[in-house]
Design a protein around this ligand. Structure first.
Ligand code: FES
Length: 159
């Protein structure tokens, strides 16, 4: 059994990702198999209990907008995942090891976000059609009051 902030998991199992995991070198990526409650429910419920939410707008590549409230403490990726927003796959679950949570940040938000660290910069090299200024990995963007009103757009595809 394994426990992390998302809940309790029974075992690591092989997923059905088609490409090899770049970071681990494993032929396929490994994910935690859930035991009992879902990852989504536990993370969202815990974050909601903790307090305020930020309004974030996710725009699909085709232009469809999703405006959702995301609890402080979650990441922008978790906000998309918990609200079933398509276009952010997050294969590694937020470990900054897959780049499938890539988005383009609205131009007026580029300067307002915390700077990228080295690991995010490295992983963005593997993203589909990265933009040196606007590309970010949503799993590395922690939601705070400062992100209220953030607008992100998903790329045409993830990798
Ligand atoms: S979820 Fe894998 S890099 Fe963000």
């Amino acid at each position: 059994m394994h426990e992390n902030k998302y809940g309790t998991f029974a075992a690591a199992v092989q997923c059905h990702c088609r490409e090899p995991c770049r970071r681990s070198g494993l032929r396929r990526k490994w994910h935690w198999k859930r035991a009992g409650r879902t990852i989504r429910n536990v993370a969202t419920q815990r974050a909601r209990e903790q307090g305020p939410m930020a309004k974030i707008t996710y725009i699909e590549h085709g232009g469809k907008e999703h405006v959702v409230e995301v609890a402080n403490g979650l990441t922008v990726m978790e906000g998309a995942r918990d609200n079933g927003i398509p276009g952010i796959e997050a294969d590694c679950g937020g470990a900054c090891a897959c780049s499938t949570c890539h988005v383009y940040v609205a131009p007026d938000w580029v300067e307002k976000l915390p700077a990228k660290d080295g690991m995010e910069e490295d992983m963005l090299d593997f993203a589909f059609s990265p933009d040196p200024l606007r590309s970010r990995l949503t799993c590395q963007l922690k939601v705070t009051d400062a992100l209220d009103g953030l607008v992100v757009q998903m790329p045409e595809k993830q990798i």
